[in-house]
Design a protein around this ligand. Sequence first.
Ligand SMILES: N=C(N)NCCCC[C@H](N)C(=O)O
Ligand SMILES: O=C(O)CCC(=O)C(=O)O
Ligand SMILES: [Fe+2]
Length: 330
Amino acid sequence: MTTNFQSIPLIDISPLVAKCDDPNAMEDKDVAEVVRLLDRACRDAGFFYVKGHGIPESLIKEVRDVTHKFFDLPYEEKLKIKLSAETGYRGYQHIGENITKGVPDRHEAIDCYRELNKGMYGDLADPLVGTNKWPKDPPDFKKLMEEYVVLCTELSRKIMRGIALALGGSVDEFEGKIAGDPFWVFRIIGYPGATSTSDEGLLKNDVGCGAHTDYGLLTLVNQDDDKTALQVRNLSGEWISAVPIPGTFVCNIGDMLKILTNGVYESTLHRVINISPNFRVCVAYFYETNFDAAISPLDMCVKKTGGKKKLQTAVYGEHLVSKVLTNFTY
Ligand SMILES: N=C(N)NCCCC[C@H](N)C(=O)O
Ligand SMILES: O=C(O)CCC(=O)C(=O)O
Ligand SMILES: [Fe+2]
């Protein structure tokens, strides 16, 4: 359930990060406070910033720096790792190639997914089977990003432990069959600077990514410090900017967590319009359920919401594949 939030809350999650693997974490009053704030943020906005997350700021910045360097390369160079159906939809897509609600997005990106081998989940994962396509230049790009993905996975697991407690569940509610073997998606994205200054012009010419929800459990957004671009829709349809706060991640809820919570937490619509004249990068990490998990509302959430299942079961891998196949024209 979204509200008419006017700003996106910032939560210092350091107590949770320190203690979430302690079985008695909730007895710690600082952890309990983080959990309360997470519940508030997830109910009201489905979006929140986190600080005190433990990932070094120097690494977060380096990830954005090498991303700028990659997108600065000549087009021919970037095409060496081009995404296609044959690469399992992994690799580089040029501006306008990704489509949201039928409209080409004004962004370029490298799309990566956790590795999938043929037959791993029957034929469920077939379209995404492949290995990631990393550029040779900048050197160490792959190493840095792979290191970063490991840290994002670990951080997301911790935040999901907090969210499990926020829902009144056990700390490991989202492990095991739901996300004990989490899939992940990783998008390294570049948005050209705005060509317009008026609102109408920006909406007509400068939409970097059209309104959408994310597909899985939890997204961690690492965005440039000095450009406002990400906008989040509130209940009355106002677009609230997720203005960059240095040293934080913007977190948001995906479709699978909406289903699990029977809609108590919503996967909020958001879009990207880079209003700055300069090229913006965003590195988005998506923490997902197990690839083959069949996701339905948790009993404890159904109880909270009047006892009726409001949302249908979805198999995460099917949801992802159906999205990926409509994001591109090939
Ligand atoms: N894995 C995620 N969330 N990717 C976000 C891209 C959202 C835009 C996409 N064209 C769409 O229409 O979904
Ligand atoms: O660029 C951003 O800030 C967010 C990107 C996004 O929403 C996505 O890739 O799903
Ligand atoms: Fe998104």
